[in-house]
Design a protein around this ligand. Sequence first.
Ligand SMILES: Nc1ncnc2c1ncn2[C@@H]1O[C@H](COP(=O)(O)OP(=O)(O)OP(=O)(O)O)[C@@H](O)[C@H]1O
Length: 235
Amino acid sequence: MLDVHSLTSGYAMIPVLRGIDLNLAANECVGVLGRNGMGKTTFLRALMGELPPWSGTIEYGGSALTKSTTQERAKAGLGYVPQGKHIFSNLTVAENLKMGCIKDFRNFETTVDEVLELLPRLKELLERKGGSLSGGEQQLLALARCLCGKPNVILLDEPTEGIQPSICDEIVDVLRLLKEKSRISIILVEQDIEFLWALCDRVMAIDKGVFVHVIDPKEAGSEEEAKKFIGIEDN
Ligand SMILES: Nc1ncnc2c1ncn2[C@@H]1O[C@H](COP(=O)(O)OP(=O)(O)OP(=O)(O)O)[C@@H](O)[C@H]1O
């Protein structure tokens, strides 16, 4: 569905991604795990078109996306929830959601209602300004806004960062439901092993801009194995 081949990219003259290969299947959730600064966020930004590729290709549903703009990728079906709860602080929750309806703006009310059924906690916050929400509520809003764009692939960057466990559980429930009912695919960058293991079909370990290992969360001992790649190995 989403095929990334030998992707390299970076900032100015500094290489960060050094040859990423990934085939994401329909309805698959792939985790990306690695120490700070290894290129996880850069990978998602390159997929979304925020950073130009230096070499390599990105294909989605058989069509080349490598040179497409961020807007074209979003319209094609990629949804991105960046790290740090990117929402419009001065707009209300309702306005934030409306802004997310990039695919079918004329029917935004129906789309927003469908998303609110998935994330009902936001229903009572609709008139509040985004910036006045708690960190966890802002993360739910960021996810909801992405869902309003009706993505087929969701790119999620550290959704649990600084979030209380009950909201993390809510995010897991919504993503599981979307995977089961809407057959979406997910690329999930996370350091929280429990969260990754609750959702992922496989987890890629990244080191210095390259995937160096694949972990099967269903295998015994896989969580311990994962800890090596984020520098929290037990001694
Ligand atoms: N805008 C930028 N300009 C220059 N260098 C950057 C920029 N953003 C990130 N980098 C550098 O690129 C490298 C990879 O950063 P990236 O944010 O992709 O890492 P990460 O694996 O997501 O880390 P973290 O877990 O800390 O979020 C780091 O060395 C970082 O300092």
